[in-house]
Design a protein around this ligand. Sequence first.
Ligand code: PLP
Length: 403
Amino acid sequence: VMESRAINFGAGPSALPASVLQEVTKGLLNFSGTGIGVAEISHRSKEFTAYLQNVEQNIRKLLDVQPTHSILFTQGGGSTQFSAVVLNMLARHRLLHPELKDEDRVLDYVVTGSWSKKAAEEARRLGGTVNIAADSRKSSKDQKSFDNIPTADAYSFSKDPALIYYCANETVDGVEFSHDGTSPASFPFHLLPKNALIPLVGDHSSSFMSRPIPRLSDHAIIYAGAQKNIGPAGLTVLIVRNDCIVDVDAAARLGAIPVPICLSYKTLADHNSLYNTPPVLSIYVTGLVLEHMLQLGGLDYYADLTDRKSKKLYDVLKDGETKGVFKSKVKEGSGSQMNIVFDILGEGLLAKFIAGAEERGMKGIKGHRSVGGVRVSVYNAVTEDETDQLIAYMKQFAEQHEA
Ligand code: PLP
């Protein structure tokens, strides 16, 4: 079975460490010495609740999450959080400023790709007053020009918004906020209000646990689906500053939109994420992946690995651009370290490139259907050696098809 596994460059769900997957089979049959498999055991058993606590502790350890923030586990993926963040943060804003009219409760969205665009659309659907604090496209009708992270002068934040939303890594478009704090493609933290509990919300779905999160403690909410770097689909991890876990029913009595019980962060927090049945199996696998990550050296290890893999890919892409075969879809300095997106120039060559990769056992590199081209995802479980194999193929392809 192991020998027949492909190299998986898919964007999500994506590769998981093979050694962890082998371990999963043991727990499927007998979890924690109980004689009951993990997919069969009660989520309220002492073995599972202890396991869940350990998963939380490991997330705290890996990302250095302080007691100012709670870690909550839920389901529904990133898309459900598009709604949940709006409802919980509007409830918080209502409790803080009950006197304001609805239209004065502004939600600031930074739109840098198709996921943040979707999140902004959901906020509008729920009746929020949305301010697009930045939009990286040349025109708001042009879906394909999400090719850059805006520079600081492009932002206009509201005075006291209910939330300020951004997406750390745009999985489809391949642009990512920089992590080093000095690059022009960094998130403009310096433009946010000072000395306040900033209502900053970050979708970290597709870069979660690839490296430390810049200014984590300044965030109100960080969320991520597990299915890229840390586990199977089904589990969504929330890191919520404690002042953002509010009594949504009290807010509703003051006129806020009622929050469905399982979308309320207070429900999750009050029940240690066990209000209803959690995605037990997904939590189990994620827990094993996190242990594996800690053993390898935590996020320092993965940050280095990510730097090396992505730098090599961007280098070979540049070389292929010189040869007139590849063309990056994103501006230099804005490129994602997780999802590298590019076009293949020349009639019929895209299909040929993808077919050639498949023949060599490399899968999942077709670009998202909305933008086409190639997308290579190098999440944590993709090894440097696997990346090198793709790079060797890219070099060979560029030489053969040089314009
Ligand atoms: N946000 C980002 C950055 C994503 O990449 C995705 C999915 O790929 C989503 C949100 C939506 O997540 P889900 O499919 O878990 O709802």
